[in-house]
Structures are given as C-alpha cells and as structure tokens.
Design a protein around this ligand. Structure first.
Ligand SMILES: Nc1ncnc2c1ncn2[C@@H]1O[C@H](COP(=O)(O)OP(=O)(O)O)[C@@H](O)[C@H]1O
Ligand SMILES: Nc1ccn([C@@H]2O[C@H](COP(=O)(O)OP(=O)(O)O)[C@@H](O)[C@H]2O)c(=O)n1
Length: 194
C-alpha cells in the first residue's frame, strides 16, 4: 500500500510549506487540495457543476492564490455535493506510488483516514495573518479578519468540518522557523516508516 501523509490545519498555518518539503525529502507526490476548492470557487456558475467539470487548466489559473479565491473556496467547500465531486480525484492521487502528501482540511479525517501519518499544523491567528499578508502584499489587520471568517466557516460547517484527526500529531509553527517546522514533520514521518 502506498504511503500517505495527511496534513490539515487552518489557513496559512504552514501546511503547504511542510507538505512540499516532505514530498521533496521522501520523493512523494504532493497535492494541495485547497486548489481544487479555489478553482471550483473562482469558476463561477453552479458550484457542483464546476467541481464535477474541473480540468487540469483550471488548477493552474494565476488568480487561485488570491484572498478572494480563498473566500470563494470556503463558501463552496461547505456544499456536500461539491466535496463529493472531488473525492475520487483525491483518492486516486493518494494511491500513487511510492507515496503521496495531501494537504487541506479533511484529509486525515475524511479523505485518507488510513494515512500512515497525520499532521495538524496550527499557528496563532496573528502570526498566520502576518505571514499571509506579507505573501499577498496586503494589510495584516484585514487579513486577520478574513482568515478568522474562513476558519470559522471551515470548522463550523456540517460537511467534513476542519478538525484534527484523533491520531494527528499537532505542530504549532507560531514560534518555529520553516526549517524547524519541516524537521519536526520529517521526524514524524520517519517514526511512522520505521
Ligand atoms: N514556520 C514558518 N515560519 C515562518 N513563515 C512560515 C512558516 N511556515 C510557513 N511560512 C510562510 O507562511 C506563509 C503561509 O504558509 P503556507 O505553507 O502557504 O500555509 P498554508 O498552506 O497552511 O496556507 C508562506 O509565505 C510561508 O512561506
Ligand atoms: N481539503 C480541503 C482543502 C480546502 N478546503 C477549503 O478551501 C479553502 C482554501 O483552502 P487552502 O488550503 O487553499 O487555503 P490556505 O490554507 O492555503 O489559506 C479553505 O478555506 C476551505 O474552505 C476544504 O474545505 N477542504
């Protein structure tokens, strides 16, 4: 069975940074599942039809990383039929050899509950807002409001709410450098592979 690393957590906590580093270190494939929801959100029209019809080109749109795309993603991500339309793609990705790293909100709980490693990456709201504001060149105070709104929507929805799996290792990156956060994550994967 291929090795799966599931990484979940709130917005801008460092999931993608850790996921990319783990994939590079172990030679695994990486899927940023947030892109599926962002691409669905920005496509417009009926979200369920948009999710069912996602094409590779939709995932390489240059505007997917914007704050607007993040908000649009979190609104359509609450629709159970949208989530259902994206399950097969994620399962096929998770079955790739020699292993796969998927990051999102429900990977350890819903998409890959069998994952050999589950990480739940967190950081304080303020730290996350500063990090994302720097990336998008916008005001940290505005970003804080947006991230908190998105986190609330993601954790309070009925369909696959954001939460740590019972067996997830929680990594708080608030006071960690990227190198320290990555080393902590690699150690968790090494432990599971022994
Ligand atoms: N431990 C860390 N220390 C400082 N900055 C970080 C750390 N982890 C991630 N970052 C930065 O914070 C921003 C958000 O990280 P990212 O990995 O994209 O988060 P997520 O995938 O959870 O949204 C990026 O600019 C990234 O370089
Ligand atoms: N597995 C996932 C991934 C993302 N999402 C949704 O998609 C939005 C954008 O996800 P993202 O991972 O790209 O966001 P960031 O953490 O990078 O800011 C989230 O706020 C969630 O609403 C989800 O519901 N389930």
């Amino acid at each position: 069975m291929p090795f799966v690393v599931a990484i979940d957590g709130p917005a801008a906590s460092g999931k993608g940074t850790i996921a990319r580093a783990i994939a590079a270190h172990f030679g695994f494939h990486h899927l940023d599942t947030g892109l599926l929801y962002r691409a669905t959100g920005v496509k417009g029209g009926d979200p369920v039809t948009a999710a069912r019809g996602l094409m590779p080109d939709d995932l390489s749109r240059p505007d997917l990383r914007s704050a607007e795309a993040g908000q649009a993603a979190s609104r359509i991500a609450a629709i159970a039929d949208v989530r259902a339309a994206l399950v097969d793609f994620q399962h096929r990705f998770a079955a790739r050899n020699p292993g796969a790293v998927l990051d999102g909100r429900d990977i350890g709980t819903v998409i890959c509950p069998q994952a050999q490693v589950k990480l739940y990456v967190v950081a304080s709201d303020e730290v996350r807002a500063v990090r994302r504001a720097r990336e998008l060149n916008c005001d940290p105070a505005d970003m804080l409001v947006q991230l908190q709104e998105r986190d609330r929507r993601d954790s309070e929805r009925a369909a696959a709410p954001m939460r740590p799996a019972d067996d997830a290792v929680v990594i708080d990156t608030s006071d960690m450098s990227i190198d320290d956060a990555v080393a902590t994550a690699i150690a968790a994967v090494d432990k599971a592979r022994r």
